[in-house]
Design a protein around this ligand. Structure first.
Ligand code: UDX
Length: 440
């Protein structure tokens, strides 16, 4: 059992802290946001994540998990302090490290015993060294016995608890092997491969992994667009490719492109780092461009099928979160498509099983509906942007009657095209061989 402090109760910090408590450690989760901490202490979760609430409740009860805003309390006995604060990206993609700096400075001010500082936040390569410098400088002549370790996270929203407990690998980077080994002991109960490397390499593994996954998705989306023009079916193409063990099946679902809190931020940040260091990130640039176009293609298709203009048209959008099982709308394809539609003078109706509260704040110009049927009512087209389970088996005869014109754009290839065409719908999937032929 170790004493751990996790700074930041955002998505990553909270899941990390809660799971380490569940593995038997004593964990203090700290956040400067008092309202968030008060709510967590009452068992109210700041995010929707399946399974999280139960684990929090169980570990608060067992007195292994504590939430506080007080650094002194949280760090008093901590042997290991995880920094898991936000690193939002600026317009040029550069990560904003002010919260990481604050956390490092405060650790240096508050702690007087040996401590390992672990970076969980996704930070530019070289940040580990920078954190070490900040701690040393803040202490000035009063030396602190500390080491810095990088431990990138690979948690997917919606399955973060499972991903934490059953990781494919744990990556630890440090210039001091002993410190990395001490952190690795926390993960031993998970029986996953643990890779110990240097600080900068660990930081790079995170960016390279996310950029690679985003590249796979952009790749299959480009293939999907070519399939549309050539009359091939990208779903079968992906299946055929994936059977090759060197390729594999995962992350080959064509759709509206990647969104969320990680891929867009990380690909942009990696490209920015490359440019800063005189490298040309040509592939990363293309990966981002394809992703942007994937949203535009839907709008182009709608414009074309609805008579050349979207002005005055009503479009229903199903799915506002960036993927199922989360209420996170950051860089969600649905949201981006909605902005494009509004710009073209369309009215938009929208529905999501979890993200309605966020949608009320983020999308004040659209009509929020109670269910898919209200979303379809009177609309000129229905766009499926997120593949939530509850959208899989709609009563399409009812949807047909509710729509003003029976147009379906299935942005996730979720529905049965043959059945829907049989009912009389004009149906478009992604990469199913329906020409779009031009995107502006
Ligand atoms: C991702 C990484 O998977 C995780 O390791 C990292 O730590 C954080 O970023 P997450 O953002 O939660 O996790 O979502 P993920 O399930 O990976 O999906 C990312 C995006 O890609 C979603 O918008 C999803 O809809 C899209 N996607 C995924 C596809 O379009 N096609 C696919 O085949 C897979």
């Amino acid at each position: 059992m170790s004493n751990i402090c996790v700074i930041g109760t955002g998505y990553v910090g909270l899941v990390t802290g809660v799971c380490f408590a569940d593995l038997g450690n004593q964990v203090f989760c700290l956040d400067i946001n008092k309202d968030r901490i008060d709510k967590l202490n009452q068992g109210i979760m700041p995010i929707y994540e399946p399974g999280l609430e139960e684990i929090v409740e169980r570990n608060i009860k067992s007195k292994r998990l504590f939430f506080t805003t007080d650094y002194e309390t949280a760090l008093k006995d901590a042997e290991i302090a995880f920094i898991a604060v936000g690193t939002p990206s600026g317009v040029d993609g550069e990560a904003d490290l002010q919260y990481v700096r604050n956390a490092a400075e405060t650790i240096a001010q508050v702690v007087d015993h040996p401590i390992i500082v672990v970076n969980k936040s996704t930070v530019p390569v070289g940040t580990g060294d920078w954190v070490a410098d900040i701690i040393s400088q803040t202490r000035d002549s009063k030396k602190l016995d500390f080491s810095v370790v990088s431990n990138p996270e690979f948690l997917r929203e919606g399955s973060a608890i499972g991903d934490f407990m059953n990781p494919d690998r744990v990556v630890l980077g440090s210039l001091e092997r002993e410190a990395a080994e001490k952190v690795s002991r926390l993960y031993e109960p998970l029986r996953a491969p643990i890779l110990i490397t240097d600080l900068r390499t660990a930081e790079m593994i995170k960016y390279a992994s996310n950029a690679f996954l985003a590249t796979r998705i952009s790749f299959i989306n480009e293939i999907a667009n070519i399939c549309d023009e050539l009359g091939a079916d990208v779903r079968e193409v992906a299946k055929g490719m994936g059977l090759d063990k060197r390729i594999g099946h995962s992350f080959l679902d064509a759709g509206l492109g990647w969104g969320g809190s990680c891929f867009p931020k990380d690909v942009k940040a990696l490209a920015h780092m490359a440019v800063l260091h005189n490298s040309q990130p040509q592939l990363l640039q293309a990966v981002m461009d394809i992703n942007r176009n994937q949203r535009r293609r839907v709008v182009y298709r709608l414009r074309k099928v609805l008579g050349g203009s979207l002005n005055g048209k009503v479009i229903g959008v199903l799915g506002l979160s960036f993927k199922p099982n989360t209420d996170d709308m950051r860089e969600a394809p649905g949201t981006e498509i909605i902005h494009l539609l509004l710009n073209e003078g369309a009215s938009v109706k929208g529905y999501d099983p979890q993200a309605m509260e966020n949608a009320a704040k983020e999308l004040p110009k659209i009509q929020l509906c109670d269910d898919p049927y209200q979303t379809a009512e009177g609309a000129d087209a229905l766009v499926l942007a997120t593949e939530w389970n509850e959208f899989k088996q709609l009563d399409f005869e009812k949807v047909y009657k509710l729509l003003r014109t029976p147009v379906l754009v299935d942005g996730r290839n979720l529905w049965d095209s043959q059945y829907l065409r049989g009912l009389g719908f004009t149906y478009f999937g992604i990469g199913q061989g329906n020409h779009v032929n031009q995107v502006d």
